[in-house]
Design a protein around this ligand. Structure first.
Ligand code: ZN
Ligand code: ZN
Length: 409
């Protein structure tokens, strides 16, 4: 038994795999199952445990992956977006360095307790955060050609997996994660052998482009089903969840439905009086144009934040506007790492900074994105029947390890 962030976990008896399917709106699974493309999962849904859980807000990748591996919300682990506005320096800084992490991960605690652990991510941006303090294998598909025993706990990944290095903007990047997971699990037990616990985290390239039930989406889920079925056949306990959902964010003409919040605030308060931060912004913006349904706003002293909240609430397409303390309590966020005001937009709407700062020319499909409360519902599925489960409680994606280790062995 180990305790991490005030939650107790049993050590696994069976090889255990937790999968975070990036951008997996539950509808993707429903459509692929209905189309007969996920035979393994259809059986798990019938005989195992199938819940719908809430992810953490903002419904972005890094905060949720860190919640899943710490078993705690961002108020505990500190990672509340890809970007942080450092008020002292006036700079926007990336939050993908482990120095921003405020809590230990369960993965590190498992290796301390003698378990062998493997972490495979699609993009390299998550690798250092997830692998912080952990002694096992941790690498990304994006940089699978460049792993060393010292840094990643493994070398020769391309030979092991037998697939070429995938492009960072491709479905193949996620497939590589599953293929590598199956190869690691197929090894004999022992040093550098089969992991006791594996965490697989994909990328939402496909979900940003393809709606549930379309061929592009169904083909992705069929691929995933095949690999998960192979892990199941090896005797793995598998818990599947997602970092967030995904929705179309378009107007009737197919163009993105954007509230350019910096432009709005500039016109209300004067140019650059307020500072809008979009924590979705990261170096990989091609598929979403840095547009999501969550923003935080920093205000200089002297601006009446309460009055501004009321005025913002009146904007079409805005779902909720909260002052810092309210937002921190309601969304379980670290109050010192969000702005004075937190703005969430509705299901079909995204928030931008200034129109001039978003290059939408690279969007080659109608915008689909996330970040808001409208993308909070995610699957939480375990390939074992769990009988003592309360289907009425509010399950979270960061209960995945609890279910896998404490209830499904
Ligand atoms: Zn994501
Ligand atoms: Zn995304």
């Amino acid at each position: 038994m180990i305790t991490v962030n005030d939650r107790a976990y049993r050590l696994p008896h069976k090889p255990t795999v937790v999968v975070c399917v990036d951008g997996c709106e539950p509808e993707y699974i429903a459509q692929a199952v209905a189309h007969g493309r996920m035979p393994w999962l259809a059986q798990v849904l019938a005989e195992g445990t199938a819940l719908v859980a809430d992810c953490v807000i903002p419904s972005f990748t890094n905060p949720n992956n860190l919640s899943i591996v710490t078993g705690a919300p961002p108020s505990v682990h500190g990672i509340c977006g890809n970007y942080l506005f450092d008020v002292a320096s006036g700079c926007e800084v990336m939050m993908n360095d482990p120095k921003w992490l405020r809590a230990p991960t369960l993965l590190a605690a498992l290796t301390d307790a003698g378990c062998s652990v493997a972490v495979i991510t699609a993009k390299d941006k998550l690798r250092k955060l997830l692998g912080h303090g952990m002694k096992g294998i941790c690498f990304s598909a994006e940089r699978a050609d460049d792993t060393t025993i010292d840094e990643h706990g493994i070398s020769g990944v391309l030979d092991l997996v037998g697939l070429p290095l995938p492009s960072v903007y491709s479905a193949a990047l996620s497939e590589f994660v599953f293929a590598a997971g199956v190869q690691l699990m197929a090894r004999a037990k022992g040093r550098f052998g089969r992991p006791d616990v594996m965490y697989l985290s994909t990328t939402d390239y496909v979900q940003h482009k393809h709606a549930p039930g379309t061929e592009g989406a169904d083909a992705f889920y069929a691929m995933m089903d095949d690999y998960l079925g192979r892990l199941d056949a090896m005797g793995c306990v598998i818990a599947l969840t997602a970092d967030h959902g995904m929705n179309a964010k378009t107007r009737m003409d197919g163009r993105p439905d954007v509230i350019y919040l910096q432009d709005v605030l500039d016109s209300w308060l004067g140019a650059r009086t307020a500072r809008v931060i979009l924590p979705i912004t990261d170096p990989y913006v091609v598929h979403h144009g840095a547009l999501g349904s969550f923003a935080t706003v920093y205000l200089p002293s002297g601006v009446d934040a309460a009055a501004l909240v009321l005025r913002l609430q009146g904007l079409r397409g805005i779902e909720s506007v909260r002052m810092r303390a309210d937002a921190a309590a309601h969304f379980e966020l670290p109050a010192d790492r969000i702005g004075d005001v937190v703005v969430v937009s509705e299901r079909f709407t995204v928030i931008g900074t200034s129109a001039a700062r978003h290059d939408l020319s690279a969007l080659d499909a109608p915008l689909r994105s996330h970040g808001g409360v409208s993308e909070q519902r995610v699957p939480l599925i375990v390939n074992r029947a769990i009988h003592d489960i309360d289907a009425q409680r509010r399950w979270r994606n960061f209960d995945a390890f609890d279910l896998a280790l404490n209830h499904a062995q």
